[in-house]
Ligand binder design. Structure first.
Ligand code: TTP
Ligand code: MG
Ligand code: MG
Length: 418
């Protein structure tokens, strides 16, 4: 029999409950630029309009003040007035992201820069530095793994983490561990992130958005009705614009409304597997494990042209772009240590219609020339009489280099003997 004193002294051991976190960096590409230009903190900054070469701002400084020698140490002291403004932009680029001050003007990811310029002409426009983005991406993930090893890489700026058995992962529903991770990432990179901790990936992914930027949200199973059901269905990772439009057509706008539909009705209208899945997610159920090794399925590169191009009239230009895309994909594959055997192309015509073609070859490759040859054959299978707005090259059916048998050497047959 326990005395009242014992109750306060000893906490009975409880089995850990499943706690899954989703972590997403705040305004990632833009935040990476602010590390280099801290004088822009707090200002509207939009990222887009191309890739950085060396340092564009240094080049501008050297041009304006050739009498002085400018180095990388000067970047943090470049006056704010010196930065290019979004209002001066003309072209077809899109915003890849924007700082939170810029978002207050309605600017966001995937918005045309011309439109963004109308909303917030005073924003500073900067290109993305992919090398730096990748470096910081590796750094923040490494920081997490050192604290919580069961981490699933979900792209450049986000991961899932299994908190269940990590010290601190159960305290305050995971908030204690989330705080430690936020602090460690800030120390390692100077950047902030937002974390949702929940019973599973599905809810964690939604929760990481609740308190952006630099926030932590803790959601328990019993919060489903209050925190999840009021959200629009589009917030479910896996409900895209098409599915959402169809749900809207059925008068289903929120996750709560989705949950009220019979499972059989959902299966009738959305198919056996998607319908059943919709029912499960509306009730907050998701058993997917956090997978530590997530292998890429494919790698691709694409580019939107400054003006629409025509296969015959712009042959040279198009050919050069095409070759460059193949070289970039080959470079990505080689750098990351992959080979692939399905090679494909993607085109968007001037009316925004997208077509893709691919073919699978009998051996794995990561060579630009063989990718170029196969992609060229795919290109022959699409309509090239129309104007093209975007071109892309993809290599799929990937395997890790070294995990596939080397290409067999063909024994010299009779034909080669003579
Ligand atoms: P997100 O995590 O979607 O956005 P974000 O980190 O910029 O902002 P948030 O604070 O809301 O998380 O995407 C991560 C990066 O991926 C983003 O900084 C830029 C890039 N990106 C694109 O290039 N194109 C896109 O359409 C989106 C959505 C993101
Ligand atoms: Mg982000
Ligand atoms: Mg993200």
């Amino acid at each position: 029999m326990s005395s009242p004193g014992m109750l306060t002294a000893v906490t009975p051991p409880t089995a850990p409950i499943r706690r899954i976190a989703h972590l997403d960096m705040d305004a990632f590409y833009a935040s990476v630029e602010l590390l280099r230009y801290p004088q822009l903190k707090g200002l509207p900054v939009v990222i887009g309009g191309g890739r950085r070469r060396e340092d564009d701002m240094l080049a501008r400084l050297r041009e304006a003040y050739p009498e002085r020698e400018w180095t990388g140490d000067d970047l943090a002291h470049i006056p704010v007035e010196f930065f290019p403004l979004l209002g001066q932009y003309a072209g077809r680029g899109v915003a890849t992201t924007a700082t939170y001050p810029a978002r207050q003007f309605g600017v966001g990811s995937a918005m045309g820069l011309m439109k963004a310029a109308r909303l917030c002409p005073q924003a500073i426009l900067l290109p993305v530095d992919f090398d730096e983005v990748r470096r910081i991406s590796r750094l923040f993930k490494q920081t997490i793994r050192e604290i919580a090893p069961v981490m699933e890489d979900r792209g450049v700026d986000e991961v899932y983490i299994d908190f269940t058995d990590v010290p601190g992962g159960q305290r305050e529903g995971g908030r204690v561990l989330a705080r430690l991770i936020q602090k460690s990432i800030f120390q390692a990179t100077g950047l902030t992130c937002s974390i949702g901790v929940a019973p599973n990936k599905l809810i964690a992914k939604m929760a990481s958005e609740f308190k952006k930027p630099n926030g932590i949200s803790v959601v328990y199973e019993q919060d489903l009705e209050q925190l999840i059901w009021p959200l629009p269905c589009r917030k479910i990772n896996g409900v895209g614009p098409k599915a959402d439009a169809k749900l809207q057509g059925h008068g289903i706008h929120t996750i709560g409304e989705l949950a009220q539909r019979e499972r059989t009705w959902l299966i009738q209208h959305y198919g056996k597997s998607y319908g059943a899945w919709l029912h499960e997610v509306a009730w907050g159920r998701d058993e997917r494990p956090v997978q530590t090794e997530s292998e890429p399925v494919s790698m691709s590169r694409e580019t939107t042209f400054d003006r629409d191009l025509h296969a015959a009239r712009d042959r040279a230009e198009l050919g050069a772009i095409f070759t460059r895309l193949c070289e970039q994909v080959a470079d990505d594959l080689q750098r990351k240590g992959y080979v692939g055997k399905t090679i494909g192309v993607k085109l968007r015509y001037d009316n925004f219609q997208i077509v893709t073609r691919d073919s699978t070859i009998d051996h794995f490759t990561n060579e630009a020339t063989s990718i170029r040859r196969q992609a060229g054959l795919c290109l022959k299978r699409v309509d090239l009489t129309r104007r093209i707005r975007l071109l892309g090259v993809r290599v799929g059916s990937l395997a890790r280099l070294g995990e596939v048998p080397p290409e067999p050497e063909r024994p010299p047959g009779p034909a080669q003997l003579f």
